[in-house]
Design a protein around this ligand. Structure first.
Ligand code: HSE
Length: 419
């Protein structure tokens, strides 16, 4: 007697035929063993030339969402509001959904989980965080909340690409961004990459699967690379650091979770040090296993399509996220009650808000740029008006988390009372 089970046939309705959609189409054509076929593709611009048969395309979403022979909707458009409508309607119509839409998922995660439960329909989105790296499924399945000490990662390919090109290859920021757009790494609104919105959306998704935390992305402290200054790169080089945009979540001594996305100085001994260009890297720290490192392409057509493909493959076996940390364990709790060691650079010493620091440890000033290194109360970053502005850049130190604040030294107060 054969123990082999019948795999599900996937009849796919695809929304979007951009960089990723077309990549998926090509890959599916070359992977007949997957038993998956794209039945219809819904697009917004029928006038554009497409590398696929004309009869595959429609501009009518209902032609996919109401077609009973379609059992899977793959949503790969970049309009998060339209995507919300597509995904929620598909789930209500009991069609399994695969999406790569980080913004949609991060902003509606609680509601999307409720819909999955109500309609008993799977919704998978491995490609939404770190594209080709299977980090969501690993956090969901492998790491127990109690053992998970922290996650820190480069989760946005475009900003990492820009940092590599600007600081290592010395091309201009604008040119590097154009290249990231040309390569298909950047969002159609690249401000989402550059200002850290895309990274914080991904962090929100990781928090849900790592700790069962339902966060509002915009409420998490985050910034991008928009205010980094050439002088910051000089400082980093002198100290042997790389500057990376790092998303992190860390369990503190009281069991609560600190989470943020900020530029960070990364030391040579960190696994993130050598993550370059559009690659992403995620270090997961657990109590027993210590550090584990996930590395791979975090943006681009085929790396993203590869994760979508893996989700499709998982659907054939009825895989679904169980949201174990949220539904079966005590979900983690976010906190802003912590101290961080940061570097902040300014264009003039009189712009230094020294009163924001608990302790100033180092400072320097020239007629072009000055910087201060010190310890701040993390909650002070909730007010972004003083640090997230033109001509001010904030970068977190490698071992940023500070347990105890030493007393202020007299000399620091003296120096800044002169300013
Ligand atoms: N714009 C995103 C990035 C695409 O650069 O990482 C992949 O999510």
């Amino acid at each position: 007697m054969s123990i082999q089970q019948q795999q599900k046939k996937l009849n796919i309705g695809l929304f979007g035929f951009g960089v990723v959609g077309e990549g998926l189409y090509k890959v599916l054509e070359q992977t007949p063993t997957l038993n998956a076929q794209i039945k219809k593709v819904c697009i917004k611009h029928p006038e554009k030339k497409r590398n696929a048969p004309q009869e595959l395309f429609t501009t009518d979403p209902a032609a996919l969402l109401q077609d009973e022979s379609i059992n899977v909707i793959v949503e790969l458009i970049d309009d998060a509001d339209a995507a919300y409508h597509i995904v929620s309607t598909a789930l209500k119509n009991r069609k399994a959904v695969v999406s790569a839409n980080k913004k949609l998922i991060a902003e509606h995660i609680e509601e999307l989980i409720a819909l999955q439960q109500q309609f008993k329909t799977p919704f998978l989105y491995e490609s939404a965080a770190c594209a080709s790296i299977p980090v969501i499924r690993n956090l969901e399945e492998y790491y127990d909340n109690d053992l998970l000490h922290g996650i820190s990662g480069i989760v946005n390919g475009s900003t990492n690409y820009i940092l590599t090109k600007v600081f290592e290859e010395k091309i201009s920021f604008e040119e590097a961004l154009l290249q990231a757009q040309y390569e298909g790494f950047a969002e159609s609104n690249p401000a989402l990459d550059v200002e850290g919105t895309d990274a914080v959306n991904k962090l929100t998704i990781l928090l849900a699967h790592a700790y069962g935390i339902m966060a509002q992305p915009q409420a998490l402290v985050h910034s991008g690379i928009q205010h980094l200054h050439a002088a910051d790169a000089v400082f980093a080089r002198e100290k042997g650091y790389e500057i990376k945009l790092v998303a992190q979540a860390r369990k503190l001594d009281d069991g609560k979770i600190a989470a943020f996305v900020l530029p960070q100085f990364v030391q040579k001994d960190s696994q993130l040090f050598n993550v370059r260009n559009e690659y992403n890297g995620v270090v997961i720290e657990s109590r027993l296993a210590d550090k584990q490192f996930f590395y791979g392409k975090g943006a681009g057509s085929f790396p993203t399509a590869s994760a979508v493909l893996s989700d499709l493959s998982a659907l054939r076996y009825d895989y679904k996220y169980e949201y174990k940390k949220l539904l079966y364990q005590q979900p983690g709790q976010l906190t802003n009650d912590l101290f961080l060691r940061v570097y902040i650079s300014f264009d003039a010493l009189f712009h230094v808000p020294h009163e924001k620091f608990e302790r100033i440890e180092e400072w320097s000033s020239s007629d072009k740029r000055c910087h201060v290194t010190g310890i701040i109360r993390f909650a002070r970053l909730l007010d972004t008006s003083w640090w997230k502005r033109k001509n001010t850049s904030l970068i977190v130190y490698p071992d940023a988390f500070v347990d105890k604040i030493p007393e202020k030294r007299k000399v620091e107060e003296d120096v800044f009372s002169l300013v």
